[in-house]
Design a binder for this molecule. Structure first.
Ligand SMILES: [Zn+2]
Length: 113
């Protein structure tokens, strides 16, 4: 279940930041997740509750921002946004799309007190 290891990695970052910046608690954390990252929201919320217990982000709201998938069309050369890895190019209907982004995950920002 990689949601657990994802949240554990976030916890480590939160604890490091809390020490470095001297805040006590995180109230809200915004996480950007690419459209093609295989993260299940329900599993993520569960992992969040379990893993953040006792950390500065205990009880913090987790806000997920979904980033669009991006690809380059090998037929017409356009850079496009796609919802699905199997989509066709919206410009030329080509099916040779090279995914370029959409599986990334990163913390956009945190609200702290
Ligand atoms: Zn195309």
């Amino acid at each position: 279940m990689h949601e657990m290891s994802l949240v554990e990695a976030i916890r480590t970052i939160v604890e490091d930041q809390a020490r470095a910046q001297g805040f006590a608690r995180v109230t809200l954390l915004r996480l950007e997740i690419g459209r093609f990252a295989t993260v299940e929201r329900q599993a993520l919320d569960f992992a969040w509750d379990v893993v953040m217990r006792g950390s500065p982000a205990d009880g913090a709201t987790l806000e997920v921002i979904e980033l669009p998938g991006r690809a380059m069309c090998l037929d017409c050369g356009a850079a496009i946004e796609i919802d699905n890895r199997l989509d066709l190019c919206p410009l030329c209907s080509g099916d040779r799309l090279l995914p370029q982004r959409g599986d990334e995950m990163r913390i956009r920002n945190m609200e702290v007190i």
